[in-house]
Design a protein around this ligand. Structure first.
Ligand code: FES
Length: 148
């Protein structure tokens, strides 16, 4: 069975294989040369575990041929802000989680592959802001004491 990507592009999928693994096995083109986000195949991926949000795709056709959204995928697509639905087969999926039972057609958003990096940068900034050296803590306490 095939996964269609639009503009005549497609790749082969095995029964029960998730969209991202099927994409990674497609070596018919130099995907990275076409688009640097595509490090392994036509669909950009990073974590492969529903953690980063990088691999999300829009389902144009065959949504009913994808396995139902699992608990982790359902939770994460809401957290990432992609879609908030209890539908078992929504039109936005994480390619690393969506297992195909037949031919599907998907679209890769232009910003796919950037979202995971954006979230990582936010977490790094938060971690840096939360990190306070013991000297800084002492100064803050002294400054607070002086104000009071
Ligand atoms: S590759 Fe990270 S969520 Fe799919």
């Amino acid at each position: 069975m095939d996964c269609h990507l639009g503009k005549g592009a497609k790749y082969k999928l095995r029964q029960g294989q998730d969209l991202a693994w099927g994409a990674a096995e497609d070596q018919t083109r130099d995907w990275r040369a076409i688009d640097p986000r595509r490090s392994e195949g036509p669909i950009p991926v990073e974590c492969r575990s529903a953690s980063c949000g990088t691999c999300w795709v829009g389902v144009l056709g065959g949504a009913e041929k994808l396995a139902d959204v699992g608990a982790r995928e359902g939770k994460k697509i809401k957290e990432f802000g992609y879609i908030d639905t209890a539908e078992p087969k929504p039109l936005i999926r994480l390619a690393c989680q969506a297992q195909a039972q037949g031919a599907v057609s998907v679209v890769i958003p232009p910003w796919n592959g950037q979202f995971g990096k954006y979230l990582k940068s936010l977490k790094s900034e938060e971690a840096a802001a939360a990190e306070v050296s013991p000297d800084q803590k002492g100064q803050s306490a002294e400054q607070n004491h002086a104000v009071n």
